[in-house]
Design a protein around this ligand. Sequence first.
Ligand code: AP5
Ligand code: MG
Ligand code: ZN
Length: 216
Amino acid sequence: MRMIIMGPPGVGKGTAAALLCKHYGIPHISTGNIFRELYKDQTEVGKKAKGYVDRGELVPDEITNLIVYNRLLQSDAKQGFLLDGFPRNTDQAAALDGYLKESNIIIDAVVNLKAPDELIIERIGGRRVCETCGSVYHIQNLKPQVEGICDKDGGKLIQRIDDMEETILRRLNVYYSQTEPVIGYYEKKGKILHIDGTGTIEEVNDLIMKALGESV
Ligand code: AP5
Ligand code: MG
Ligand code: ZN
């Protein structure tokens, strides 16, 4: 399975992607996660990207596209992958198409998760992430066993810098102006599956699996 998951910030792309990747046994390639890792490892690219990420702006295409191409070249992505948060503008979508064509790779599905802004703001506002491993929780919807502590490694749960309210609004603006047009790009190709992202984590997963023709 080779797929793309798109949708506004905080709609639940990463959460849905984790379940899909487990089901299909494919790597979860999230550009946002990669930028955060690169910064944690104190790499030059990570330092360059951090300002954009923290402000809620898109990291320039020349940096982002290369990161994705390099990631797709790794051996675990040969049998399939899930791209989460890429492409995020129509130039990235065209660049990805060029790359895939050259590499003889076909995308099987593009999933577009949808939810209204109020719900998104509630989801992002309640999100907590593990400082150590990046696992994602929610103070109401996906609680850790012990408040403030990661179930997997005991790491401290914190808020992402770009999850502050005014940055959430900027991310939504960037989404509507730059990323939403990518939906039209894939609609023209007849590839996109629109999924209602307002239900529980399990309900959303079921809808995606059904749309992909899997039995649930
Ligand atoms: P990125 O990390 O991709 O952020 P985003 O798109 O804003 O999306 P999020 O990760 O915030 O949300 P999500 O949809 O994954 O939701 P989640 O599953 O966590 O990108 C960050 C930044 O990196 C960008 O702003 C940009 O600067 C840069 N960047 C990344 N890609 C780029 C690109 N291609 N080009 C240029 N720059 C790029 O869920 C949110 C919360 O809701 C969680 O707490 C979760 O537990 C909860 N939740 C999830 N699903 C449900 C549900 N069904 N019911 C109840 N709660 C739920
Ligand atoms: Mg995410
Ligand atoms: Zn952790």
